[in-house]
Design a protein around this ligand. Sequence first.
Ligand SMILES: [Zn+2]
Length: 424
Amino acid sequence: MNNKTVSAKRAFELMEKLGYERVSCTEEEKRAAEELKQEAASFGLDCTIEEFEVEAGAVKKAVFKVVEPYEQEYEITGFIRSASTPENGVDLDFVYAENALEANLVGVEGKAILINGRFTLDAYERIQKAKPAAIITFSGTLIDELDKTDLDIRKIREIYTERHGENVLVNMRAFDALDIVKRGAKKVHIELVSEQQTGISRNVCGEIRGTEYPDEIVSFGAHFDSVYFSTGVYDNMSGSVIIMELARYFMANPPKRTLKFNWYGSEEQGLLGSKAYVKAHEEELKNHRLMINVDVAAPILGKELIFTMGTEQLKHYADTMMKELGRAAVVEDDTYSSDSIPFADNGVPAINFCRFGAPGTAFIHDRYDNLKYGYMSAEALDITLQNALEFSKRVINAPVFPIERKISDSMKEKVDKYLCKKKD
Ligand SMILES: [Zn+2]
């Protein structure tokens, strides 16, 4: 393999350098965008930073107490973009509403309801129709240790509030949720001060012009933001540094087709960076033939997965190519919750390269997504890097573009479902 221009070791070092919390719209997300731009410039790829607006906010105060039949305060976090309570808080009757089925929601108007885990858009619709005054979710497990885990900070997405209105939304730990239900909480006090504002997030975008078919575009994508408490090295600085190496390769080996390299911000908030990109580049998108996304790589104990989003032809093509190369990867024709979705939604086939840690050996979306736990390596990162490189080289430099620009009806349906599109 002609892969001397790429180096998993260098990629891993860049991942270490950028291994700090990079939450949507924060200074750190901005700093990471600038550092990615600088890295690309170091080998001659000029990138622009494309800003976009994000409905965001901050919770300034969040208090939760059971006041009847016993008194106790519990740790909570308020959802970003939640409604606020009145200034001194509210005392509300408390109901455990399980999974928020209709029967769970009879008579909850004006009360605080606790529901299991997360809620779907459908569940939120049912809940809002029942008009509770506050919604409590929980996260984590009963065996969490306080000093070893963080209470999730959640956000209520725009699609929820636009369709079904706002509410007071808080999150608590699973063992506290068990405690209050077990002890028969009847009345609770909630104080929540939530400020809503528009934040600025950004994508880092570069282009390498094709030498033979400049009007045919293949884009590479990887998100570089993280969630709270997470340094997001596994999810997804690993993918970001992999496409950086691919950019380096194609700078040194000019491609026949035009390439776009996009590092997306705010993926963790609902694929906002890639959604902003497809919107801002609507005209250009007609020339996009394929999107190649890398999201999670590098766990030492892991397996390679490839998710194709196009037609069965793309799946078989990728599967056959990996077999021909003797490279182990499970190839599936399925949606993957990442920046490839907005492309497929706009008719651009996509392929996702990823490496999942074996169960219990790699962590995302919490403080354990951190290099200090030692479950990632440059050698493991190199496997995904080489898979993506080998696939990309062949596709991008093929005399005839080998992938049809088509999304199958079944894939369209899956993407629509993922994006909660209305079925009317
Ligand atoms: Zn991710």
